[in-house]
Design a protein around this ligand. Structure first.
Ligand code: 0L1
Ligand code: MG
Length: 264
């Protein structure tokens, strides 16, 4: 196996240069800790280029996806400022290899949260909740990966969009939501699909990030996980999520490649 820094560079360069690469650990031989070390080093390269840490994303938050991958815990990834897409704004399709988007709920924290916390402690750390979309864009060819591959690749995280921040006091455990592309409903779900209650995802985020020596900080965003399957993004489309009571978050995907092969 190549050194961690080299594997991190492969994945970071693939993301920066928008190219798919071969799996780094197709047979899942790496320890999970090594995969997270690659993720950390890869995000460290982004931070060294001037991006700042914005929070964490949680992945495999549905039981079905965990079973599919043969794992019993969530995975997580690191969010940076460079991944945020302005709500209602536009992002170039050429920024991604083969992007998909999924509807989520996001939290912003008013205080740090670390270790084995209760649901009540997690709730007390939340400043606000928002409807959100995550863009996942595996850097691996054909979106094909082992568990350690996807962990090393920052849990496929590539972009996130945050809708209006809302008071967390009213119950958000089972809010209906739709994901829409160009005005057409493409997914229907509920926030309850996120581990039965999105707060459980925040509890797990506190545990996993503290174990990695990076406890959740006040001001950080936690993307709680996909509430429905992800949808492929197409150039020129408008993608949005509407969550009952919380509102809408959306973004435009830049137009199709031109005849000259330029993409915006
Ligand atoms: O839930 C997630 O955000 C999963 C991300 C990693 C797996 C994938 O790319 O589908
Ligand atoms: Mg997600």
């Amino acid at each position: 196996m190549k050194p961690i820094a080299e594997l991190a560079a492969i994945l970071d360069d693939a993301a920066r240069e928008v190219r798919a690469v071969s799996q780094i650990d197709p047979d899942n031989r790496l320890a999970l800790e090594a995969a997270y070390a690659i993720q950390k080093a890869s995000i460290g390269r982004r931070v060294a280029r001037g991006e700042t840490r914005a929070g964490v994303k949680m992945g495999f938050t549905s039981r079905a996806k965990m079973v599919q991958m043969g794992i019993s815990d969530l995975i997580w990834g690191r969010l940076t400022s460079g991944m945020q897409i302005e709500e209602g704004g536009s992002v170039a399709f050429k920024r991604f290899v083969h992007p998909r988007a999924e509807p989520e709920l996001a939290f912003v924290l008013k205080k740090s949260l670390a270790g084995d916390v209760t649901l009540a402690q997690a709730f007390a750390s939340i400043e606000a909740v928002a409807p959100a979309l995550e863009v996942i864009d595996s850097r691996y060819q054909d979106f094909k990966f082992s568990l350690t591959d996807v962990v090393a690749d920052n849990a496929s995280s590539s972009g996130f969009v945050l809708g209006p921040w809302c008071d967390p006091a009213p119950d958000f455990s089972n809010l209906g939501l739709t994901m829409n592309i160009d005005g057409r409903v493409v997914q229907v779900g509920s926030t309850a699909a996120i581990l039965g209650h999105p707060l459980r995802s925040l509890v797990a985020a506190a545990r996993l990030s503290a174990a990695a020596g990076e406890p959740l900080q006040a001001g950080w965003v936690v993307m709680a996980g996909g509430a429905t399957p992800a949808e492929w993004l197409k150039p020129g489309s408008y993608v949005s999520v509407e969550v009952e009571r919380l509102g809408v978050a959306g973004f435009h995907v830049g137009a199709a490649p031109s005849a000259e092969g330029e993409r915006t």
